[in-house]
Design a protein around this ligand. Structure first.
Ligand code: SF4
Length: 350
């Protein structure tokens, strides 16, 4: 029988599981237990502020406390991004990336949500792996703790943008975000947690209805139907009109701008047809467009735009009144950037 893992639980989950098993426990005790495990990252027993011995014994017997092993780490000397490769208890490999933030000495963590990915986006190395399995909530939290343990400063954010499509593993991702943002968990502000999706419309609608406090980032990348279908095969399941309605409804529900990601590929999705499509589909919807350079190491792969192509595209977007941010996708020197996570053992560079 698989035991629930401590790192995937909120205090109320731990309390409910113990009570269900006939173990008497107080809410303060489950809060103390999980603060020890997640806030302090300590899975060993006994704990700093001890619990009653009989309760410690019950928790030790009823919950998993294994941790993944860090088997490789690679630092990009250009920008300080650090990629960790973790081996999970079943042997699966999972990657997480430490991202230096502009605020000096602060970091965010890019977390994977699946081993591989089934979405097959044309510009993404993870998509070429295919899907091996979903990650469980505790595995995402454990990856966060592994990165945080090695960080030279405070970790103040988390983004679910590593390997995998987060909304294809919806429940586990939301649970991991809850644990990371809980005061007895990762203590990350909910606004500093971002969850990305390539455009799974039913899950976007569910997320909107459930009113989660984390920031949603929706990858659009093309507004020309035949291009989007070629770049993001998910478009065959959820067409652009459906996606645009879901984005508009999310914006209306939140009363603010929706972050829309755009992976920039020179000569592919940077022209006037894309800008016209954006106006047609989402004109008047409050958006912020996050422009990301494609990272494709293949010799014949996609290339990011040069300064002139980028400038033209950005000016055309601004003329529509769409605020634009350029997101730096670092770690490319160590295959740690967006679209490059493919679980290779690199040999280590730290
Ligand atoms: S871009 Fe994201 S959704 Fe698309 S294949 Fe890569 S990991 Fe999957």
């Amino acid at each position: 029988m698989t035991l629930p893992h401590l790192l995937g639980l909120l205090p109320e989950d731990l309390e409910a599981l113990l009570v269900h098993a006939g173990v008497a426990v107080r809410a303060a005790e489950t809060r103390r237990m999980l603060a020890h495990a997640v806030s302090h990252g300590l899975l060993g027993f006994p704990i700093a502020r001890p619990l009653p011995a009989r309760l410690m014994a019950e928790i030790a017997a009823r919950f998993d406390r294994q941790l993944p092993e860090v088997i490789d780490r690679a630092t990009d000397p250009q920008d300080g991004f650090v990629k960790l490769l973790l081996r999970l208890p079943d042997g699966a490999l999972c990657e997480a990336v430490r991202i230096p933030l502009e605020a000096q000495g602060r970091y965010s963590v890019c977390l994977s949500t699946q081993v591989g990915c089934a979405m097959q986006c044309a510009f993404c190395a993870t998509g070429r792996l295919g899907l091996r399995r979903n990650l469980q909530a505790w595995e995402m939290v454990a990856a966060f703790l592994a990165v945080r343990a090695e960080a030279p400063g405070r970790v103040t954010g988390a983004v679910f943008m590593g390997q995998g499509e987060p909304f294809a593993n919806y429940d586990a991702v939301i649970q991991a975000a809850r644990v990371l943002s809980h005061p007895c968990g990762g203590r990350i502000s909910a606004e500093a947690i971002s969850i990305s999706t390539v455009g799974l419309v039913p899950q976007i609608r569910r997320y909107t209805a459930e009113k989660h406090p984390y920031r949603l980032v929706i990858s659009l990348t093309s507004t020309v139907p035949e291009r989007r279908a070629r770049l993001l095969p998910v478009a065959a399941r959820h067409d652009l009109e459906q996606l645009a309605h879901a984005i508009a409804d999310h914006a209306q529900d939140r009363g603010g701008r929706v972050m829309v990601a755009w992976v920039m590929m020179s000569g592919v999705n940077m022209d006037a047809r894309e800008v016209e499509g954006l106006q047609r589909l989402l004109g008047g919807v409050p958006l912020r467009l996050s422009l990301i350079d494609v990272n494709d190491p293949r010799p014949d792969g996609f290339r990011p735009p040069d300064a002139a192509e980028l400038g033209q595209f950005r000016d055309a977007l601004r003329a529509l009144g769409v605020p634009v941010v350029r997101r730096y996708s670092g770690g490319a020197g160590r295959d740690a950037a967006c679209g490059m996570l493919a679980a290779k053992v690199t040999g280590g560079a730290c």
